[in-house]
Write a protein that binds this ligand. Structure first.
Ligand code: ADP
Ligand code: MG
Length: 243
């Protein structure tokens, strides 16, 4: 069935902060091997939605279905166990530690550091994310720090990787490199949930887009078939775009 074909299905997902609804009744389906954009203006509820998918926030209502099974994702550790990785908008890295030491912090404490460094180096090479596992984070650029987060997610062999506005901190060259990495993940049958408000890059790299506005889904489309204007209308609302 269509249901069984989707890796992740979200039904009626809602998040209240007090009496403010950051997400209301969100429906979303992510297929295997798809780069799916979550598009919307600042404050639309994008980060809140993916934090629920990664177990950082608990939903106020609705259901998350993973590979056909309803799941509760109680923590990022539980999300990783299911096969969900996430690269946050703001990184949580220890500046004084090395790349490998930072990665070690999210893994089984019994894993030897040399093994982590070796695996990180091999993944960084395979996915076009140059990184020295023995470099100190304090000496690294923001683009390199993001690569640590991606490699850290890849070490857990995820079926879905969520990236929250990854290009907002990247140079155009670094962004192009990231897109190559995402295409490789897609070619391996992994899914990517890609948050952005940049219409051009979404049209360039994403197979599907779900548009959020004021915490609700206002549209879903194949962004390659849309114009920047039609996507912008879905983001900001037709009444605004028509002025
Ligand atoms: P986006 O990522 O699309 O910019 P967010 O999901 O970060 O949007 O935020 C959606 C709305 O929810 C915003 O109005 C934001 O201020 C509010 N919000 C987010 N997190 C919290 C929180 N922890 N407590 C209260 N309000 C929040
Ligand atoms: Mg956000």
């Amino acid at each position: 069935s269509e249901q069984a074909a989707s890796l992740l299905s979200v039904r009626g997902l809602t998040k209240l902060f007090g009496d403010f609804a950051a997400c209301t009744g969100i429906d979303l389906d992510i297929a295997p091997g798809e780069i799916h954009a979550l598009l919307g203006e600042n404050g639309a509820g994008k980060s809140t939605l993916v934090k629920m998918l990664f177990g950082v926030l608990q939903p106020s209502g609705g259901q998350i279905v993973w590979q056909g099974n309803p799941v509760t994702i109680g923590s990022p550790g539980e999300a990783r166990q299911l096969g969900i990785g996430m690269v946050f908008q703001h990184f949580s890295l220890f500046e004084a530690l090395t790349v490998a030491e930072n990665i070690a912090l999210s893994l089984d404490p019994k894993t030897p550091l040399a093994k982590i460094a070796e695996e990180a180096a091999s993944l960084s090479k395979a996915y076009g994310l140059p990184l020295d596992p023995y470099a100190h984070v304090a000496d690294l650029s923001v683009g390199e720090r993001q690569r640590i987060e991606i490699v850290r997610a890849l070490l857990q062999n995820p079926k879905l990787i969520i990236l929250d506005e990854p290009t907002s901190v990247l140079t155009p060259q670094e962004a192009d490199r990231l897109f190559e990495t995402l295409f490789k993940l897609k070619s391996e049958g992994r899914s990517v949930l890609y948050i952005s408000h940049r219409l051009e890059e979404v049209r360039r790299i994403c197979d599907r887009a779900t548009v959020l506005r004021h915490g609700k889904v206002t549209g879903a489309c194949d962004p390659r078939q849309e114009t920047p204007a039609s996507l912008a209308r879905m983001m900001v609302g037709t009444e605004v775009a028509a002025v």
